[in-house]
Write a new protein. Structure first.
Length: 256
C-alpha cells in the first residue's frame, strides 16, 4: 500500500467513535483541565512529563488513548510529545488536549494555529473540539470536532522535523454535519465560522489514530491563540541560564 493511500485512510479515520460522541469530562483526574474553562484560556508555554501544565486527556471515553513525553528532538534539544498507538481497538488512538477556555472560534483563527512534527510521513491530526455549532442533535450543546491533517493540505516535510504553519488557512474536516462543513468534507474555517457564529472551542489538541499498534509521530511547538507550547521530556533546570536558553529557542512563547 502506498504512503499516500495509507495517509488518506488515516485522515478520515483519525477521530473515530470517541470524538463523534459528545465529550464526557473525567472526574477527579482532570484537575486543572476541568476548572480552567471557567477562567478562560490560559497559555501553557511548557509541558513536561512531570509537569504537563494542563495538557492531558480530560475525557472518560479517551482515557486509555494516552500520549507520551519523549527525548526525541523535533525542533529543539529538550524533547517532544510522542503520539504512539499502543493499544488495540477501541483504544487505538493517542491524543493530548488542552482547555481552550471556550474561546470563540472566530477569535481563535485570528492567531496562527500550527505545530512541528517529526515522522516519515505526517500522522498528526490537530483537533478543535467545539460547542455552539448548528449541529441539531439534542442534548449535545452543538458539539462537533474539527480536525486538520496534512493530507489534502499544504504541509511541511516531516521526515527530519518540519513545521505545519498557519493551518487555520487550510481545509478542516468536521465530524458532524454543521453549517459550512458537511461531515467528512474538507472545508474552510471562514465558511464554518460564517455558518456557526456562536461556536466556541472548548479544547484543542493533537492526536493520531485510528491506526495499527506502533503508529507514531513526535510533535512540538503547538501554536494556538497566541500561545506556543514547548513539549519537553523533563522540567528545565532551575538555573537562569537554562531558562534563558529555553526562551531563546522559541523567542516570545506568548506570541503567535
Amino acid at each position: 500500500m502506498s504512503n499516500s493511500t495509507r495517509r488518506l485512510g488515516l485522515a478520515f479515520a483519525l477521530v473515530g467513535a470517541a470524538a463523534l460522541a459528545a465529550p464526557a469530562l473525567a472526574g477527579a483526574t482532570t484537575g486543572s483541565l476541568g476548572s480552567s474553562d471557567a477562567a478562560g484560556f490560559t497559555c501553557s508555554a511548557l509541558s513536561t512529563e512531570s509537569t504537563p501544565n494542563g495538557w492531558g486527556i480530560p475525557f472518560d471515553d479517551e482515557k486509555n488513548q494516552l500520549a507520551f513525553y519523549s527525548d526525541t528532538k523535533v525542533l529543539d534539544d529538550d524533547g517532544s510529545l510522542k503520539l504512539d498507538i499502543v493499544k488495540a481497538t477501541p483504544d487505538n488512538r493517542s491524543a493530548w488536549y488542552h482547555s481552550a477556555g471556550s474561546i470563540p472560534l472566530a477569535d481563535a483563527v485570528k492567531n496562527e494555529i500550527g505545530f512541528a512534527e517529526k515522522a516519515a510521513t505526517s500522522q498528526t491530526s490537530f483537533q478543535l473540539r467545539l460547542t455552539g455549532t448548528t449541529n441539531p442533535a439534542e442534548g449535545e450543546n452543538g458539539f462537533a470536532t474539527l480536525y486538520w491533517v496534512a493530507n489534502g493540505n499544504v504541509s511541511a516535510d516531516t521526515a527530519t522535523g518540519g513545521t505545519h504553519a498557519n493551518i487555520q488557512n487550510g481545509k478542516w474536516i468536521s465530524t458532524r454535519d454543521i453549517e459550512g462543513a458537511p461531515r467528512n468534507v474538507p472545508s474552510d474555517l471562514d465558511d464554518i465560522i460564517a455558518g456557526n457564529p456562536d461556536a466556541t472551542i472548548e479544547h484543542y489538541g493533537v492526536s493520531v489514530g485510528r491506526g495499527e499498534i506502533g503508529t507514531s509521530t513526535h510533535v512540538d511547538a503547538v501554536k494556538f491563540n497566541g500561545c506556543t507550547t514547548n513539549f519537553a521530556k523533563n522540567d528545565p533546570e532551575t538555573s537562569t541560564g537554562s531558562l534563558g536558553s529555553l526562551g531563546n529557542i522559541f523567542g516570545s512563547l506568548s506570541a503567535s
